[in-house]
Design a protein around this ligand. Structure first.
Ligand code: FO1
Length: 323
C-alpha cells in the first residue's frame, strides 16, 4: 500500500458502495480489506430477485455476502465455491424446471430466507443475520425490503422477467427498454447511509440492471445529492469496448444509441459523478466529458489482491477529486 492510498482509506469515515453481482462484489471485497468494517456500507441490487421452486432467490445479495465471506465461486461469479448439485439432478430426474442452477449448500440460504420472509421478517434483517453468521463484518443492505423487479422489454419476445432473460434465454432477445416493476421504500439504513457518505463508490456493475434499480427507489437520488456536490466515483464496467462479464456491451448501443465505452457509462450517470476510474487506454473517449476527473489504471480484477489494489486506488482518487 502506498502512503497516499493508506491515507485515502483513512480519510473516509463513511464509504457506501452500490453493487450488483460479480463485478460489484469483487470491488466490494477489495474495499472490505482496505476499510475498517464500520466505514463500509454496501447497498445491493434486488431487482434480480425472483421466486423459484417456491423459494425467494436474491442472487446479487448472495453474491456479495458469499464474496465478502470468502465463500464464493470466483470463476463462475455466483453461488458457493464448495458446492454440489445433487438436488438439481433429482429435480431433472423428475423432469422439472432445472434452468436455474441452485446448489445444495446454496439452497440452505434460500430456504432460511424464505422461511423468515414467510414469518414476516424483513429481507434486510434476514440479510444482516445471514451475513453476520458467515463472518461478514461490514454492513450489507439489500436496496429494499419490498419487491422491485427488473423487467426486460425485448424487440421480439415481449417483456421478460430479468432471470428468464438473463439465464434461461442467455440474454439473446435484444433489449428495447428496461423497467422496474415496483417502487418500494429503500430498506432501513439505505437513505441515511447515502446522505452521510463521504464518498459513494459505483463498482464495475451494469448501470441499467444493477445500479439503476437502486437509483429508481424513492429518495435515493435526493440522498445522493444531499451534500450539494457530486460524491460518486464510478469504476467503468466497460474495458476496451467489452463488458468483463454479462450483456452490457450489447445493451449500451441498444439503450443509449452509442458504442459501448467508459464514456457512455459516465454519460449515463451524468452530473452525479465526481470522477470515473477506467482501464488504461479507455480514457481517450472521456475527453469530451471534461472537466470530469478520470483515473486510468488497471481495473480488471482477477485476484483478491487486484480487488484490494483497485479499491485503494479508487479511494485515493476519490480523496483527490473530493478534496
Ligand atoms: N447465473 C447463470 O447464468 N446460471 C445459473 O444457473 C445461475 C444460478 C444462480 C444461483 C444462485 C445465485 O445466487 C445466482 C445464480 N446465477 C446464475 C447468477 C445470477 O442469475 C446473475 O448473475 C445475477 O442475477 C446477475 O447479477
Amino acid at each position: 500500500m502506498t502512503a497516499e492510498s493508506a491515507l485515502a482509506a483513512r480519510a473516509f469515515k463513511k464509504v457506501v458502495a452500490l453493487s450488483g453481482g460479480v463485478g460489484g462484489a469483487r470491488l466490494v471485497h477489495g474495499l472490505s480489506r482496505v476499510l475498517p468494517p464500520e466505514a463500509l456500507t454496501v447497498v445491493v441490487n434486488t431487482g434480480d430477485d425472483f421466486e423459484h421452486w417456491g423459494l425467494h432467490i436474491a442472487p446479487d445479495v448472495d453474491t456479495v455476502v458469499y464474496t465478502l465471506a470468502d465463500l464464493a465461486h470466483v470463476e463462475r461469479g455466483w453461488g458457493l465455491a464448495d458446492e454440489s448439485f445433487a438436488t438439481l439432478d433429482m429435480v431433472r430426474r423428475y423432469g422439472d424446471d432445472a434452468w436455474f442452477q441452485l446448489g445444495d449448500r446454496d439452497l440452505a440460504t434460500h430456504i432460511l430466507r424464505t422461511r423468515d420472509l414467510q414469518r414476516g421478517v424483513p429481507l434486510s434483517a434476514i440479510t444482516a443475520r445471514l451475513a453476520k453468521a458467515l463472518g461478514v463484518t461490514c454492513t450489507v443492505l439489500p436496496m429494499a425490503d419490498g419487491p422491485c423487479r427488473t423487467m426486460i422489454e425485448t424487440e421480439a419476445d415481449g417483456t421478460l422477467p430479468f432471470q428468464t432473460w438473463f439465464v434461461s434465454r442467455r440474454t439473446e432477445p435484444k433489449v428495447k427498454r428496461v423497467r422496474f416493476d415496483g417502487r418500494p421504500e429503500a430498506a432501513p439504513g439505505v437513505l441515511d447511509a447515502l446522505a452521510e457518505a463521504d464518498v459513494i463508490v459505483l463498482p464495475p456493475s451494469n448501470p441499467y440492471v444493477s445500479i439503476d434499480p437502486i437509483l429508481s427507489l424513492p429518495g435515493v437520488r435526493d440522498a445522493i445529492l444531499t451534500k450539494g456536490h457530486a460524491r460518486i466515483v464510478a469504476v467503468s464496467p466497460i474495458v476496451g469496448g467489452l463488458a468483463i462479464k454479462g450483456p452490457l456491451a450489447e445493451m449500451i448501443p441498444a439503450l443509449a444509441g452509442a458504442p459501448a465505452s467508459a464514456a457512455a457509462v459516465a454519460k449515463h450517470y451524468g452530473a452525479m459523478l465526481a470522477g470515473m476510474v477506467v482501464e488504461t487506454g479507455d480514457e481517450a473517449g472521456l475527453a469530451s466529458l471534461a472537466p470530469l476527473p478520470v483515473l486510468a489504471t488497471r481495473t480488471v480484477m482477477k485476484s483478491r489482491d487486484d480487488s484490494a489494489a483497485l479499491a485503494r486506488e479508487t479511494l485515493a482518487f476519490a480523496a483527490k477529486v473530493l478534496r
